[in-house]
Design a protein around this ligand. Structure first.
Ligand SMILES: Cc1ncc(COP(=O)(O)O)c(C=O)c1O
Length: 410
């Protein structure tokens, strides 16, 4: 416990210094109440928009403070391994302080993230299929070239940099009851805890992990750091197999609760944040809203709850899928399907009925050769953008009146 107190005190005092140092290079991101999410959840939801931060995520805070300190120590250059926001933060921070940076990224990293990192002036090396392989190359480069390696979360300075969000929150709002924070390796949560639990211990801190990577939750349950099997997630920033020693100590001794969210919940929150809050959020950033919407966080009715929207660097291909899923879930897009006689003109009869009811065809599938399709029939599946549920019911009823047996995909 004494060790935890010492770590937190160190983060706490360094975070005050970090705040002064990084302020010139970052945005003070908005904190705004969300009427939509407040209505749905029954508490007063405030969103802290770190997706609007420089480089698109909070990661730049820790990277800036750490790089500043390394610069003062006279390091020759910086090296790190990351497939995501840490890479962009370190690349940006190195440019600010005029240091050379090498970022090792797994070969599977999306091209958009590679380009953004190069765009900030870093040298990018692609190596290994997973983070661990990229990290081992980064560590050997650090030794060979005498560069400093920046760990993405298990580092006091990095954590102190992330903690500056908490100081900003305290300046922006007086009566915070609950803060909901995503947990990857735990740097962000450790920083927030080290400020808020000291200044206002009554504030509850709730951590959120994807259900495919509950590494902090599992480690707390086992009372030691355990490595968990992980699967790919929309919240790729939270996919870490093992938390850090520093972050485990701070979080396990202070967090009020950790909830897990599944992929559907994350996708739906990304969709709602786009649609209602008009803001583009990546999966990791949307996980906090997902936790609130899921109803899994206890005792938040009528409370002032801050959800940290930690980043906005979503891959456009995943956004596209999230939007389609959201539109289907919300009933704004609907699939209808049917087995119809394989005769000339049938498809145009179907499309005429659809047009009559002002539904718009987004996609159409027309298939003859499958064992499940009755002989002399064809299978038609149509994805429709619909003005109302009534319109699609009318389409199906009309088609049936025309002898075309269609169904709405539930
Ligand atoms: C957008 C976003 N949110 C949250 C996290 C988790 O941060 P930490 O690893 O400090 O827990 C990450 C980590 O990369 C991230 O990119």
């Amino acid at each position: 416990m004494a060790d935890v107190d010492r770590l937190m005190r160190e983060v706490h005092s360094k975070s005050k210094i970090a705040l002064k140092i990084i302020r010139d290079y970052i945005h003070i991101t908005p904190l705004d109440v969300s009427t939509t999410f407040s209505k749905i959840t029954g508490c007063k939801v405030y969103l802290k928009y770190e997706n609007l931060q420089k480089t698109g995520s909070f990661k730049v805070r820790g990277a800036l403070f750490k790089t500043h300190n390394l610069y003062n120590e006279g390091v020759k250059g910086i090296v790190t391994a990351s497939a995501g926001n840490h890479a962009q933060g370190v690349a940006f921070a190195s440019r600010v302080f005029g240091l050379r940076s090498i970022i090792v990224m797994p070969v599977t990293t999306p091209i958009s993230k590679i380009e953004a990192t190069i765009g900030y002036g870093a040298e990018v090396l692609l190596h290994g299929n997973i983070f661990d392989e990229a990290e081992s190359l980064a560590l050997s480069i650090a030794t060979e070239r005498n560069y400093a390696y920046i760990h993405p979360f298990n580092d006091i300075d990095v954590i102190a940099g992330q903690a500056t969000i908490a100081w900003e929150l305290l300046e922006q709002m007086e009566n915070i009851d609950v803060v909901v924070v995503p947990i990857g390796g735990g740097g962000l949560a450790s920083g927030i805890i080290s400020v808020l639990k000291v200044i206002k211990p009554g504030i509850k801190i709730i951590g959120v992990e994807p259900s495919v990577a509950p590494k902090m939750k599992k480690s707390i349950e086992m009372n030691k750091i355990v490595q968990t099997d992980v699967k790919p997630s929309l919240a790729d920033g939270l996919i870490v197999k093992k938390v850090g020693e520093i972050t485990f100590k701070i979080i396990s001794n202070n967090i009020d609760e950790i909830v897990t969210v599944d992929e559907d919940e994350i996708a739906y929150s990304m969709y709602l944040l786009l649609e209602r809050a008009k803001t583009l959020v990546e999966g990791a950033g949307a996980s906090t809203v997902a936790a609130l919407l899921s109803g899994k966080i206890r005792d938040i009715k009528n409370k002032n709850v801050v959800a940290i929207i930690s980043g906005g660097n979503a891959d456009l291909t995943s956004i596209y899928r999230v939007i389609i899923r959201g539109l289907l879930k919300h009933g704004r897009m609907v699939k209808i399907y049917g087995y119809v006689p394989d005769m000339p003109g049938i498809l145009s009869r179907v499309t005429e009925v659809i047009a009559k009811h002002r539904c718009n065809i987004v996609d159409i599938k027309h298939e003859r050769f499958h064992e499940k399709i009755p002989p002399l029939h064809t299978y038609i599946e149509v994805l429709l953008e619909i003005p109302s549920r009534e319109a699609v019911n009318n389409v199906v009823n009309d088609l049936r009146k025309n002898g075309l047996e269609f169904y709405i995909n539930a």
